[in-house]
Design a protein around this ligand. Structure first.
Ligand code: G3H
Ligand code: 13P
Ligand code: ZN
Length: 339
């Protein structure tokens, strides 16, 4: 199946009442792990690349990998999405390359650090929407700011999305999906304690969904950062501190209130690092890199498949060739969120 647009995928997800994971990639094993998980669980999927990923892999390599993925797994509907585009130029080069969706993150200025004004955000997002829609490409915008700074990107300041402003923003920009700020941040260290509603404002999502029932909402910084992955990393020689991510039940709650795209990067990073460290620990005499790379791919596959079941995506590969939802529940032992 050719790459599909974000709008197509999320409209379908809204009809089915489920969420779709947007998983970040940087290399072949990560993408293969995601696609294997999607095929195994019969899930549609969003694959996203940050500016850093495009730089790391190189645009041509990244796109060629995506083409190979669609050819290898023709039954999996897949979106190729630019994560956190910092300027119309970044979005335009992604579109020229063949991305089917872009995020224009106008909540920050082009430096990816300075918080922009509301009018600047509206103007830059509208510009990208006009350019992208003329080419059949979807656009995600962001209103409010996430916490944290990762790889020099981010303002470091949480500004929750104002629901009233969100209505105006969607009307003026015409975005296909809206990223909302509810207290999450990128990376493993999101909260200093298990999050409660003081720090994770799920009520903001509910209010935005009440005002904008037809707008697809996006949760960034949505890795759950499982203690089991941190334990695996540490048991294999790592030294991570305890960390708190976004509990899966909160994401499921968001999905019941209009969240359709769930951004997950850190959980994949943790899984791949756990796989690599265990391979090095368990087979210290091994020097064929395929050995540890296979372990990273397998670990990626497992965490992504688990999320696909938890977000209710499993069995919805376009509602084309559904693997039974009951079968998925049985296999992974996790409840599927009610629509
Ligand atoms: O946007 C945040 C993602 O975790 C991507 O991170 O810029 O290090 O690739 P990155
Ligand atoms: P995490 O760091 O929680 O995986 O968030 C990823 C993200 O929001 C990418 O845009
Ligand atoms: Zn993000």
């Amino acid at each position: 199946m050719a790459l599909v647009s974000l709008r197509q995928l999320l409209d379908e997800a809204a009809t089915g009442g489920y969420g779709v994971g947007a998983f970040n990639i940087n290399n072949m094993e990560q993408l293969q792990g995601i696609m294997e998980a999607a095929a195994e669980t019969a899930s549609p999927v969003i694959v996203q690349a940050s500016r850093g990923a495009r730089k790391y892999a190189g645009d041509r390599f990244l796109y060629a990998l995506m083409v190979a993925a669609t050819e290898t797994w023709p039954d999996v509907p897949v979106v190729l999405h630019q994560d956190h585009g910092n300027s119309p130029e970044t979005c335009a080069t992604a579109i020229e390359l063949g991305f089917t969706s872009v995020m224009m993150d106008g909540s920050l200025r082009e430096d990816g650090k300075t918080i922009s004004t509301y009018e600047e955000n509206v103007a830059v997002t509208r510009e990208v929407v006009d350019f992208a829609h003329a080419r059949g490409v979807s656009v995600e915008g962001e209103l409010g700011t996430l916490g944290g700074i990762e790889d020099g990107v981010g303002s470091g300041e949480v500004n929750l999305t104002d629901p009233e402003q969100a209505e105006d923003f969607v009307a003026r920009t015409g975005v296909d999906a809206l990223a909302v700020a509810i207290g999450t941040s990128h990376g493993a260290y999101k909260f200093s304690r298990a999050p409660d509603k003081e720090v994770l404002a799920m009520d903001v999502i509910e209010e935005i969904h009440r005002r904008l029932p037809d707008t697809h909402l996006v949760m960034h910084g949505s890795s759950s950062v499982p203690a089991s992955l941190i334990d695996r990393i540490n048991a294999a020689g790592g030294s991570m501190k305890p960390a708190f991510g976004v509990p899966v039940e909160e994401i499921q709650q968001g999905i019941r209130h209009g969240v359709r795209k769930v951004n997950v990067d850190t959980d994949g990073r943790l899984a791949m690092t756990a796989g690599a460290r265990e391979a090095f620990r368990d087979d210290p005499a091994e020097f064929d890199p395929r050995h540890f790379l296979k372990a990273t791919r397998q670990a990626m596959r497992e965490v992504v498949a688990e999320r696909m079941v938890q977000f209710g995506t499993a069995g919805h590969a376009g509602d084309y060739s559904p693997a039974s939802l009951e079968e998925m529940t049985k296999r992974y032992g996790v409840p599927i969120p009610a629509a």
